[in-house]
Every structure is written in structure tokens, then in C-alpha cells.
Write a protein that binds this ligand. Structure first.
Ligand code: BG6
Length: 369
């Protein structure tokens, strides 16, 4: 059943190119246009939406954080992302013009279900992004966009996360397409780029041996920090979450710009710090700032593990370990940058003798609040 792999997690990491391709299948075409008829919320209702609110838990919440960047950029509609468990208890402002997006692999997470029930009671429309056909969350939503990751068995989410990202991009691009924005050309170009993203994920997987080797060399460490900016920030949070879940290590993700406001005090000799570097193209200011961050932490003794785009030479002098990912449009980078962090956590956990498919104290789907 594990298809020749020792763990479901390894199998599911390897299945990611297919999961991504399957989630795009029939929804995009080579001409850059997008078909999401399955989202049965009428176009006129989507045009009236004045706020998007995303609710989710755990890894799905990180997909939501990334979605915010895409939705606000391509649609110019304000977007909030909230942990489902916090949502209804703060009396959130919702009405008929609010689109709530509930992201859940299982479709059974009670916190997310209660958040969406609350949203519907307030008159908001709810769109579910879900991997499990006919589960409770899509049944109780106005519409559903299924991810086609296939069954995910390992408790720590990998392929479901990548497909949640794909679904979030599709929603963002679709909203942009339906509403019409100044980014129409960019939207078409990104839809075309999505067509080759599964191949990019495949290429990342082919280069993971040095990452596994690095992970094994850190087996005695107690702490690993993760830094990122822009969409790389939620990737850092996800890298840290994977390490907590699987390796039971202290791991924290920070926004790199926040480093100087506190976390830099944690840097000490030989502390591993994973840095997710944004593309030097596009938002090059952010790229340059993060290169300075890498210099700063390295000067204070950090062991820098740098995830950077192919051809980004500026990082080379400051990277103790360099992990290359293929060039992608800026907003899509999490689809490739997350993969090495999954492999890293999985290998480190195995090296520590942990059971990666069934980490202690965790359940695949938490059906209590
Ligand atoms: C958890 C799982 O408790 O639920 C996580 O251990 C998962 O891996 C989270 O991300 C949310 O689950 P779901 O099914 O709602 O996406």
C-alpha cells in the first residue's frame, strides 16, 4: 500500500507532481484561461464580494496565509486569514458580500466546520477547498473546489498542502478573471505558468539527496529557525510546523523583516536557520533585504540553509548550505519552496527514530473543538 516506500509520508511527498497536475486538470488551458464552473456561486455574486475571509487550521491555515497575497494582488479585494478555532469567538464582521473560504484536507475538522457554520448564519457565502469528496465541510458549504491529491494517510500534510495552494491560486485567479482587474494579462500569464508547475515540483524532488544528508547531520540539534518574506513567510511557518510535528524539535518561523525586532537575539553559534529567499526578479527589494538578513545572522554564527531560485547568485557567499528551486512567478514560489522543507523534516524525524506517519499526540483529523 505504501507503493514501495518505507512511509506513507515519503510516498505522498513523491506524489506531489501528480497531485498538483490532477488538481489543475480540466481547470486551466494553454491559452491562459480558467474554467471553474464547479464553483456554483454566480458571477454576479462574486462581483459583489467586498471581502474574502479564509478560515482553516494547521497546514491548511498556512495555505490560507499564502492565498491572501494572491487574492489581494490579483483581485484587489481585501482578504483576512484566521485560525478557524479563533474565528467565531471574536464576533467577526460578516455579511452577504463576504466570501468565506474554508480550507480543509479532511473536510471534518470541527474548528473549521464551526467557523463556516457561524459564517453562514451571518449570511456569508462559503466556498470550501477540500480533498475529501462528500465530507461534512463541503456538504455544508455553498460551493466546493475539490483538491485532487488522492487519499493522504500520513498525519503531517504534504501533497494536500500543495494542492490547497493550487486551489487557492485558482480561486484568486478566477475571482480576478470574473471581476476584471488591471492584472488581466498577468492572470493569463500565470495560468499558463501553472501548466508547467507540476514539472517544476518534479525537478525539486530529483535534487533532494543533499537535503536529506543535511537533515541527518542536524540530528543532535534542539532548535531550527525558519525565515521568509512575502509568500516565503508562510512557507517558513510551514517548514517549522513540519519539524515540530515530525521531529519534535523546537522550530519557529519568522518574517525576516521582524528579525531585528526580537528573534535575532536567538541567533547563536551553529544554530541552523533556514531562509526562504524570494526571487531576485519581481520584488527585488525584498530579495536584497533578505540577503542582508542572511549576512547578519551568519555574522552572528548561524548556520545558514538557504532556499533560493536557480541563478540567484547573490546568496552564494552567505549560504552554508544552498538548496536550489526552479524559477517560478513570485506568487507561485511556495509550490516549489515548501518541498525541500517537507523532505528535510521527514528525514530529520526518521534519523531521530520517530514514527513519521503517526507522530505522537497528533491525529489526522481532529473532530472535536
Ligand atoms: C490537524 C492535522 O490536526 O489538522 C494537520 O494534524 C492538519 O496536519 C490540520 O493540517 C487541519 O486538517 P484539515 O483536514 O482540516 O486540513
Amino acid at each position: 500500500e505504501k507503493g514501495g516506500y518505507d512511509y506513507f509520508m515519503l510516498k505522498e511527498i513523491a506524489e506531489q507532481p501528480k497531485a498538483v497536475a490532477d488538481t489543475l486538470l480540466g481547470r486551466i488551458d494553454g491559452a491562459g484561461s480558467l474554467t471553474l464552473d464547479e464553483v456554483r456561486i454566480p458571477a454576479n455574486v462574486l462581483r459583489e464580494v467586498d471581502k474574502v475571509v479564509i478560515v482553516a487550521c494547521g497546514t491548511a491555515f498556512h495555505a490560507g496565509l499564502i492565498a491572501k497575497y494572491a487574492i489581494e494582488h490579483w483581485t484587489r479585494v481585501p482578504c483576512e486569514v484566521e485560525l478557524a478555532s479563533e474565528f467565531r469567538y471574536r464576533d467577526p464582521i460578516l455579511d452577504q458580500q463576504t466570501l468565506v473560504v474554508a480550507i480543509s484536507q479532511s473536510g471534518e475538522t470541527m474548528d473549521t466546520l464551526m467557523a463556516l457554520r457561524h459564517a453562514r448564519e451571518q449570511g456569508a457565502k462559503v466556498l470550501a477547498i477540500c480533498n475529501t469528496n462528500g465530507s461534512t465541510i463541503p456538504r455544508e458549504s455553498d460551493a466546493v473546489l475539490y483538491t485532487h491529491a488522492g487519499p493522504e494517510v500520513a498525519v503531517a500534510s504534504t501533497k494536500a498542502f500543495l494542492t490547497q495552494l493550487v486551489a487557492c491560486y485558482l480561486v484568486a485567479l478566477y475571482l480576478g478573471q470574473v471581476r476584471g482587474t488591471k492584472y488581466a494579462d498577468e492572470i493569463r500569464a500565470v495560468v499558463r505558468d501553472l501548466g508547467s508547475i507540476s514539472g517544476a515540483v518534479e525537478r525539486v524532488l530529483e535534487t533532494m539527496e543533499p537535503v536529506r544528508e543535511l537533515a541527518r547531520s542536524l540530528v543532535e540539534k534542539n532548535t531550527v529557525l525558519f525565515l521568509g518574506r512575502h509568500v516565503g513567510y508562510p512557507v517558513a511557518l510551514e517548514g517549522a510546523l513540519k519539524l515540530k510535528e515530525l521531529a519534535y524539535m523546537h522550530a519557529e518561523g519568522f518574517a525576516a523583516g521582524e528579525l531585528k525586532h526580537g528573534p535575532i537575539a536567538l541567533i547563536e553559534d551553529d544554530l541552523p536557520v533556514v531562509v526562504v529567499v524570494p526571487s531576485p526578479r519581481g520584488r527585488s527589494v525584498l530579495h536584497d533585504k533578505i540577503v542582508s538578513n542572511i549576512q547578519e545572522i551568519r555574522a552572528r554564527g548561524a548556520r545558514t540553509i538557504v532556499v533560493a531560485e536557480e541563478g540567484d547568485d547573490a546568496v552564494v557567499p552567505y549560504a552554508d548550505h544552498l538548496i536550489r528551486v526552479p524559477v517560478t512567478p513570485t506568487l507561485l514560489q511556495p509550490l516549489v519552496a515548501t518541498v525541500p522543507l517537507q523532505v528535510f523534516a521527514c528525514e530529520l524525524a526518521t534519523a531521530r527514530g520517530n514514527e513519521v506517519d503517526q507522530p505522537r499526540n497528533l491525529a489526522k483529523s481532529v473532530t472535536v473543538e
